[in-house]
Design a protein around this ligand. Structure first.
Ligand SMILES: [Zn+2]
Ligand SMILES: [Zn+2]
Length: 147
């Protein structure tokens, strides 16, 4: 657990996953995965969200930008603390968010990529279709067309 000891100014809670709970200012971590490099990277990633003050986002694109910023910061922390960076793993994580943004933002009618006009709502500037997505990033992607 030596990595945790280096961040004694944060509150860590053993859990079955890695996440930063901004409301409670707690970083959840998986003690088993923490023994491996990817687990250490995941921990540093959550610490990065915390250090960068990532508290709330409104738009899908903002979440993607936060993820990219957090991963850049993760690389810096990994360097400082002698954790080997698995570039492929980081690339996969960013790509999965990128794909998520792309799928939510693609028009269900004509497949054109659009931006949100308000939280969780999209409208297509090509064919005028409007749709809604779940505000929860963890939820399965479901685009519901709205009239
Ligand atoms: Zn993240
Ligand atoms: Zn369209």
């Amino acid at each position: 657990m030596e990595l945790l000891a280096k961040f004694s100014n944060y509150r860590f809670l053993p859990a079955g996953y890695f996440s930063y709970d901004a409301a409670d200012e707690v970083i959840n971590y998986d003690p088993i995965r923490l023994k491996k490099t990817n687990g250490k990277i995941s921990l540093l990633h959550e610490i990065s969200h915390c250090e960068l003050g990532h508290f709330h986002y409104r738009y899908d694109m903002e979440l993607l930008m936060m993820e990219v910023a957090a991963w850049n910061h993760t690389k810096k922390l990994a360097d400082q603390h002698g954790v080997r960076v698995n570039e492929a793993y980081i690339k996969d994580c960013i790509e999965s968010y990128d794909e998520w943004v792309n799928r939510r933002g693609s028009c269900p009618t004509c497949d054109n990529f659009c931006l949100e006009y308000k939280e969780s709502r999209y409208s297509c500037f090509v064919c005028d279709t409007r749709w809604q997505v779940s505000p929860e990033p963890q939820k399965r992607i479901q685009r519901r067309i709205i009239a």
